[in-house]
Design a protein around this ligand. Structure first.
Ligand SMILES: Nc1ncnc2c1ncn2[C@@H]1O[C@H](COP(=O)(O)OP(=O)(O)OP(=O)(O)O)[C@@H](O)[C@H]1O
Ligand SMILES: [Mg+2]
Length: 208
């Protein structure tokens, strides 16, 4: 394959990945929210809805900017981003309980690592809600000096990790974590739930 084709293919892959992980997942959030408005036309819900639409608008801008100039710099406080995400999910999916345990006080990651992790966390949680029908989701973050462990556990229907075909979501999780030199391990049991173990090197310039 000539160099130009290789570059074109890798760009096409990247755009497809971003469309799936960012836009499709954000629209799924909105979909959850619209369900709630059906029987509960609250003022507050409309505000949330308008915020989400605005958020998607910003994400589309970011995506287009990132295609031109990689990495945005709007991140910087990983724990705060995770907490905000879980608060959003509590609202979208009030029948599910979310528990967040973290042992470090603060975590400094590069914007690139933080951005990739946030996209991965959203896909894992969306899958737990959508496919797993989870009632409870546990998210644990443990700081091991150079490494970070992130464990996401759901009590959903579970799936057979060996026979289940990798969808775009699971395969993007693997690609994104590999791209930041991390590892992913998925453990799931039918009827019991699913556990994702992510191990990440906190510093892009040091290998763990
Ligand atoms: N937490 C989970 N609980 C139960 N089943 C899951 C869970 N996560 C993934 N799965 C199963 O693995 C399959 C593949 O997930 P994946 O995210 O790759 O694809 P998808 O969500 O079906 O579609 P998409 O490619 O749009 O993400 C799902 O269809 C589902 O059967
Ligand atoms: Mg998915």
């Amino acid at each position: 394959m000539i160099q130009e084709d290789k570059i074109r293919n890798s760009e096409r892959f990247k755009i497809g990945q971003e469309l799936h992980d960012i836009l499709a997942n954000e629209l799924l959030h909105l979909h959850f929210l619209l369900f709630k408005t059906e029987d509960q036309l609250e003022h507050e819900v409309f505000h949330q809805l308008s915020d989400r639409v605005n958020y998607i608008r910003k994400q589309v801008r970011l995506l287009s900017h990132n295609l031109i100039k990689p990495y945005n710099t709007s991140f910087g406080n990983f724990l705060k981003s995770v907490k905000t995400l879980l608060i959003d999910y509590t609202y979208f999916s009030p029948e599910t309980t979310f528990e967040f345990n973290f042992y470090p006080k603060e975590i400094h990651l590069s914007p690139h690592i933080e951005e990739e992790l946030m996209v991965v966390l959203k896909e894992i949680i969306n899958n737990a809600l959508l496919h797993g029908k989870a009632q409870h989701i546990d998210l644990n973050i443990i700081d091991h000096q150079d490494e970070l462990s992130i464990i996401i556990e759901d009590d959903g229907v579970g799936f057979d990790v060996n026979s289940e075909k990798l969808g775009v979501g699971l395969s993007n999780i693997k690609h994104r974590i590999k791209s930041i030199d991390g590892t992913v391990n998925v453990d799931s049991m039918i009827g019991t739930g699913t556990v994702f173990n992510l191990n990440i090197c906190k510093n892009e310039n040091i290998s763990c």
